[in-house]
Structure formats: C-alpha cells, structure tokens
Design a protein around this ligand. Structure first.
Ligand code: ZN
Ligand code: ZN
Length: 109
C-alpha cells in the first residue's frame, strides 16, 4: 500500500467514525425524550433538569414553544433528567435510526 492509498483509507475511516458519533450525539431537533436518551450517554443525570433546559434552549432558538415545560414535567414526576425519561416518557422508545435528522415524535407533548 502506498502513502496516498493509506491516507485515503485513513480519511475514510475518520469520516466513518465522525458519522457514527454524529448518530449518537444529542440532536436538538429531536423530541425531548430522544434528546435525553442520547444526552444521558454522555453526561450523568445531576439530579436537576440541566439537559432538559439545554434542549429547551435549543427550542427557544428555533422559536418553538416550550412555555410551562418545567412545571408540566414536574407535575408528572420528572424532577430531573433521568426521571423525565422514567416517569414522563416511559413508553416513548428512542428513535435511534441512524442517518435521520430528527425523530418522528411530537416535541414534548
Ligand atoms: Zn423522539
Ligand atoms: Zn435523575
């Protein structure tokens, strides 16, 4: 194998890794549940709604309504990020289809 060939293969492998990682990273356009499923692979729940509020910030930037989100989640037993998944969205299977831009669920309710 010559150097050029090796460089092409290395570039292709790096690209593939980046794509696979991209498929695992939290996607702000996903619904809250799918976002949390992905985000909680990278950070542990800290007993607060930190990741939920991160998602909410993304929605705000996209001018999507999330008014009353925190109160709504807490009234359903979601007082921290992992509880949101356990108590608020127990039946919502994460849509982890690779290569898709966002999941097919409604944003949060
Ligand atoms: Zn979803
Ligand atoms: Zn938690």
């Amino acid at each position: 194998m010559d150097d050029v060939e090796a460089a092409v293969i290395a570039a292709a492998e790096a690209h593939l890794r980046a794509c696979q990682l991209g498929d695992l990273l939290p996607r702000p356009d996903d619904c809250l549940a799918c976002y949390l499923h992905r985000a909680l692979r990278y950070s542990l729940c800290n007993g607060r709604l930190t990741l939920t509020h991160e998602w909410q910030g993304h929605q705000r930037m996209r001018r999507r309504r999330t008014g009353g989100l925190t109160a709504w989640l807490k009234s359903r037993g979601g007082c921290c990020d992992c509880e949101v998944l356990l108590n608020v969205y127990p039946d919502r299977e994460p849509d982890l289809t690779p290569g898709r831009g966002r999941c097919a669920h409604p944003a949060w309710r």
